[in-house]
Design a protein around this ligand. Sequence first.
Ligand SMILES: Nc1ncnc2c1ncn2[C@@H]1O[C@H](COP(=O)(O)OP(=O)(O)O)[C@@H](O)[C@H]1O
Ligand SMILES: [Mg+2]
Length: 596
Amino acid sequence: MVDSKGMKQFEPFRLDAVNGCLWRDGLQIPLPPKPFAVLEYLVGHPGRLVTHDELLDALWPETYVQPQVLRTYVLELRKLLGDDAGQPRFIQTLPKRGYCFVAAVTDVRAAVPVSPAPCDGKPAGFVNRSHELERLKAEFDFLARGQRRIVFVTGEAGIGKTALVDAFCRPENRGHAARVARGQCVPGVGVREEYYPVMEALGQLCASTDGDAACRTLSRIAPAWLARLGRSAETAQGVNHERMPGDLCAALEELAAVKPLILVLEDLHWADEATLNLVSALALRRAPAQLMVLATCRPRSVAAGHPLKALRQDLRVHKLCEEIALAPLTRASVKQLVSGELRQEDLPEGLGAFIHRHSEGNPLFAIAILEHLIVQGCLVCSQKADATAWELRTPLDQAGAGVPDELAQMVELEIERLNSLEQSVLEAGSLTTVAFSAWAVAAALEKDAAEIEELCDGLARHVHFVERAGEDELPDGGSSAFYVFAHGLYREVLYQRQPASRRARRHERVARRLGELFAGREADVAREMAMHYEAAGSWQHAAAALYSAAQHAKRRKAHAEAAELREQAQRMEKNLAARGDGQPARNTARKRQEKT
Ligand SMILES: Nc1ncnc2c1ncn2[C@@H]1O[C@H](COP(=O)(O)OP(=O)(O)O)[C@@H](O)[C@H]1O
Ligand SMILES: [Mg+2]
């Protein structure tokens, strides 16, 4: 296990000052000394502008160095961290001034109980998923018989696809030696650069300890591929410069004859078509080969006509691939994950359940929520006798409100890829509960219901966090489809990103439409109407709806319910009287909605 002392953490990385490297998921990422020093300085001063001069003084005291040099290092760091200058998660450039490290940084020395590490003796990190690891191992065992394997690991963002693949690629988890080459697909790159992830994987193969053998094989059988890597010295005459998939397949097969080869292709939903065709070719070839293509993807992120859909379907029909779909972590596993992160077996009362509930078993979300609690000062590490322990400073029901910033940004990035009408549709969907109906969205946006339903169906097909869940029968004899958000966090971000006044107008329209649709039967939907009116700040209408619901309850002899509804209605009238303008002081409706 890694000694965490002296480490700074910014998820998913840890900066190790002692060894001068980064860690990610237990894997060491080496860094040249200067980029490391730049990163160390920025991480040491998070959340503020670090000017070029300050950085240069810190790194090269008494030497004049051109500020441009910093740019090169920052570029290198961004690549390594997977950061994007346009949407920085780690290093933000402040033009002409300097840089700001924008991610939350925690001091691991302070955060982790120093000794003894209680837990259960296992290293922090990978939990559950033993069944999936076993399946991967069983697939790997086929290679020894010369049977190639294509395996897709699927699931939503943050569910743990990469963590599973990384765990499987660690030799101690697999039991047999293998070459591993990994290529990452990047959104937007596929359209500009064919074979982008494949080239990355080949680069790794050639740079590995027995990379010379890989280079020789490529040079003999697939020289155009090697040339494209910039590794072949001679550009011999007569060599075909086009990268032919068949050549590469043959070269990989030859390499895999000596030692099993695992070709990891990450996030295949962003792959270019040429890469997908190569996977197809590797799957269809019949020669014996100890070759495993291990691809991760989010099946819900691909649109109907996306070639990945066809590829998976085709391979499945011909029984040429295996799929491992990752389910959310159970409550016990989330607890274990939190225990591992905090290095503490006995968690504060309710913490595991709270994080499970809010993350809905998604490990990325679970970790973000945990950090959010720490950053907010709700969860603190305190020294007791000679040991340290994590405890709650504020009760959980008062803390952890809202979406952790990083998650909100992640969701925001996904939303921004949609066109403005699609964004509005999802925003309007977030006005109700985690489930929303096409008619309500149409009402909120003042659009035609059929048109909106068609749009929602399209979204449900290509946006991974929305699903079509069924059809509602409407009182007028018609029907309207309804949809659910895969995760409450998506809905929360969509709700919060709407300017309050626009949101209020949309709530008001949904309430009115409810009244029209259920004319004569308003009592059935009075609570829902009241909720929308209240959120819209139309307290008079909200109170009226609640009184009508109370009367209805009384007629049904549901006296307790009637009393509760009247009480709510009176509270609303009080608000109305106090403010006199019908505007809610705070969005209490929203709070109530969360609880139901
Ligand atoms: N089984 C697990 N045990 C512990 N941590 C996990 C597990 N699965 C995922 N994580 C953590 O959750 C985060 C998201 O996981 P990741 O594998 O990157 O998701 P994906 O590749 O599906 O988007 C990472 O920080 C990862 O370390
Ligand atoms: Mg991943």
